[in-house]
Write a protein of this length. Sequence first.
Length: 249
Amino acid sequence: MIQFDNVTFAYEKGKPVLSDVSFAIEKGETVGLIGANGAGKSTVMKLLLGLAGPGAGNKGVSGRADGKIIVDGEEVSPRNLSQIRRKLGFVLQNSDNQMFMPTVWEDMLFGLLNYGMTRQEAEQRAQKVLRELGQEKLRGLYNHRISGGEKRMAAVATVLAMDPEVLLMDEPTSALDPYNRRIVINTIRKLPCTKVITSHDLDMIYDTCGRVILLSEGRVAADGPSETILRDRGLLEANRMELPLRFQQ
C-alpha cells in the first residue's frame, strides 16, 4: 500500500533529514513510526501527503529529494497528488488545527460535499461513521465547547467519513486523559484500514500496532514486530528512547 524506496530528503542542501529510507507497508497493516525528536517521523508524513518533496511541486516545501514514494501503486508527484490524497486521511496532533467549522457535524459534511456527494449522501455517511464509533453524541456539538478527547474523536470521525484507504495519525493520544486515551486506542484497533501512527506514547503503539519502524537521525534503525522492538532496552536507549512504561517495572 505504501512504499519508500531509497528516499533521501533535505529541506536545505547538504542537510538531509531522511537518508536512504526504505520500507513497505502492506494493505491492512497498522504500523507505528517511532523515534526521538528530529528523527524524521513528521517528514515521512509530509512526503506521503505531498506537503514536502516531489509531490509538493510549487505548493509546499519542495526541498531536495531522491528515491521513490509509492502509494497504492502510484508514485507520488504533483500530477497525481489529488488522486493520492483521496486515499489518505490525516489526523493532526492538534485537533484545533483540523476542526474549522462551527460544529462537528458541519466539519464532517464539509469534505464529503466538496467531493461531490449530495447532502443526503453526506449525512448518511457521516451518521454511519458516528454510529460505528459510538460517538453519535458529537453530532450537534460545537467545536469550541467540547473537551480535548471529544475533539480528537471528532477529528477521527471527520477523517473516517472520507473513507480513506490509509489513515495517518500524528500523536493521537497526546494530552488526553486516561479515559479518552483508552477510547482512542480502542477505536484505532477496530478500524479495518491501513494505519500509520507516529507517537512518543510507546505503550499506545504497543497496544495498537503489530509492527514498528524505528527512525534515528533520518535512517531506519529497526523494522519489525512491536513485541520485539519495544522490549529491546538496548536498541531503544541507543536511539534516544526508553522502554514503554509497562516494561520498566
